[in-house]
Ligand binder design. Structure first.
Ligand SMILES: Cc1cc2nc3c(=O)[nH]c(=O)nc-3n(C[C@H](O)[C@H](O)[C@H](O)COP(=O)(O)OP(=O)(O)OC[C@H]3O[C@@H](n4cnc5c(N)ncnc54)[C@H](O)[C@@H]3O)c2cc1C
Length: 488
């Protein structure tokens, strides 16, 4: 005969920010202190649902990294912003930890919370209306960039900057920065936000912008979820091209590749510039490719190859040029992602290394890091190397090296998750790479998996640390938000 679950077995531990432990009783829909049995006041009425079933808790105890697993006590699927206000207030009152989760594509437990509450933002996916006159759109934090692109393109408009992969949530990338090939022209995604609607750690629903609660605005953008949950964002839009011309330009030499990239970034000849490094058949990472894109009408003229490639020192014989629809270009990773999923590789561990190198040291640093890299330690992943322009980056918490042309260097490792010894070795290698880069003014782009402690974060935020910590004290006084980042 199946055992009837008792009230005791139904209680699930919920870690409190202080030492106590309380539980959520799904039968009575109330929270209770497990050590004394003294019930806390019942959970608020919700438009959405609160889940404590095994499947929900297990799903949110994982992310794209598949390395860190912290099991929450409950998962909120909000039916409204009001639900988020109510539950954050509840958690603030009882000192319970909370983490919003967009698409869960962090790689190091950033959106996880042991024994706490996960707020899944996916239901907050409204988009629009698209305001063509003022070129802006307001979207829910759970909207995916693919859907934002489709909705705005219907009006001939587009957000100016995209990440390489579009199935990430707006709230998730605005919490980290949002870098891509258009960043050298338009900054990061966070630099193109006009206004935010947020729920602070104290459960207050506020609008903020550069002129309204600016301290909060600047503490939330690239703020790794530490001061508030983003529930909505008003994004700047620009006119979209209908088609683009996509160039792959091969290089056999790192310095020539970097110099040409720097030229393209500073001149702004292309709308998009990225780059990849791959290994030769002997396993040496010495093959370089610039990926550059020119926009066609109605944003630009029909791309002129002679003009666009003039003076570049790539290997002419290997050039690939393709004309694409603009959305197909934005969504260019979709076929590879489908193939990775079909091959089971999406479920592999991803101990990613994401660094920002000072431009003046990029050649030396990239040489050192690439010399230490083996194809086995990359796995079926990729190495990205491309320039940003510092004067386009205005978000204080997006920490970049003090250099006019920093380079993103990313080793997107993919490795079997069950081989935990290798995963740990790669995490250690990430830390050692970070130390090498940090010693000469480099930073990490905090979306990957670098073992990091409180002191590292203080150093990472450097001159803006005090303001960040002050905003945390003001807007999340009990320190309940997003412990998975390990910052405070
Ligand atoms: C395949 C792939 C490709 C990528 N490509 C790029 C790229 O080209 N450029 C780039 O910049 N990054 C890239 N990233 C990294 C990505 O931008 C970040 O990992 C991003 O945070 C993931 O968004 P998400 O919706 O999955 O967020 P989650 O992983 O769910 O959350 C990330 C962090 O943000 C917090 N958070 C989530 N939503 C909110 C919210 N509404 N309010 C406050 N805090 C919130 C979470 O608590 C967590 O700490 C890529 C990642 C993957 C897996």
């Amino acid at each position: 005969m199946p055992r009837t679950p008792t009230r005791r077995t139904a209680l699930r531990g919920l870690a409190v920010a202080s030492a106590a432990v309380i539980g959520f009783d799904p039968f009575t829909r109330s929270w209770a202190v497990t050590d004394s049995g003294r019930p806390l006041s019942g959970i608020p009425h919700l438009d959405g649902t609160l889940h404590t079933d095994d499947a929900s808790l297990t799903a949110d105890a994982d992310d794209f990294g598949h390395i860190v697993h912290r099991r929450p006590a409950a998962v909120l699927r909000p039916g409204s912003v009001r639900d988020i206000v109510a539950m954050v207030r509840f958690c603030d009152l009882h000192g319970l930890r909370v983490a919003p989760r967009g698409q869960g594509h962090g790689t190091n437990g950033q959106a996880q919370v042991e024994g706490g509450l996960i707020i899944e933002t996916e239901p907050l996916a409204t988009i629009g209306p698209v305001r063509t006159g003022s070129s802006r759109v307001t979207v829910g934090a759970g909207a995916k960039w693919s859907d934002v692109a489709k909705a705005t393109l219907a009006h001939g408009l587009t957000p100016p900057v995209f990440t390489d992969y579009l199935e990430l949530s707006v709230g998730g990338t605005l919490s980290v920065g949002g870098l891509g090939g258009q960043t050298h022209r338009h900054g990061a995604q966070v630099d193109n936000v006009l206004e935010l609607e947020v729920v602070t750690g104290a459960g207050e629903l506020l609008r903020c912008s550069p002129t309204r609660h600016p301290d909060l605005f600047h503490a939330v953008l690239a703020g790794l979820g530490q001061c508030a949950v983003i529930v909505g964002a008003t994004l700047r839009l620009v006119h979209a091209p209908e088609t683009v011309r996509h160039y792959l330009l091969p290089y056999a030499d790192l310095r020539t590749f970097l110099d040409d990239q720097r030229l393209l970034a500073t001149e702004g000849r292309f709308a998009y510039v990225e780059g990849q490094v791959s290994a030769d058949t002997a396993g040496a990472f010495n093959q370089f490719t610039i990926e550059a894109v020119a926009y066609g009408p109605p944003v630009g003229d029909t791309p002129d190859d002679t003009k666009l490639l003039k003076g570049l020192r790539h290997t002419a014989s290997g050039v690939q040029i393709t004309d694409l629809g603009y959305y197909d270009f934005l969504d260019r990773l979709a076929p590879s992602v489908a193939a990775l999923k079909a091959a089971g590789l999406w479920a592999y561990a991803h101990p990613w290394l994401n660094l920002l190198l000072p431009g003046r040291r990029t050649a030396d640093l990239a040489t050192t890091l690439l010399d230490a890299l083996t194809p086995a330690d990359l796995g079926p992943g990729v190495v990205l190397l491309y320039p940003l322009l510092r004067d386009r980056l205005h978000t204080p918490l997006l920490r970049t090296p003090d250099d006019p042309v920093p380079y993103l260097f990313a080793v997107l490792r993919t490795t079997p998750p069950e081989d935990t010894a290798t995963v740990q070795r790669l995490l250690n290698a990430n830390r050692s790479a970070y130390d090498t880069v940090g010693a000469v003014g480099g930073t990490q782009y905090p979306v990957g998996s670098i073992p990091f402690r409180h002191a590292d974060w203080k150093r990472h935020f450097g001159p803006v640390w005090d303001r960040f910590a002050e905003a945390r004290r003001t807007y999340d006084p009990k320190g309940i938000l997003v412990p998975g980042q390990g910052i405070f």
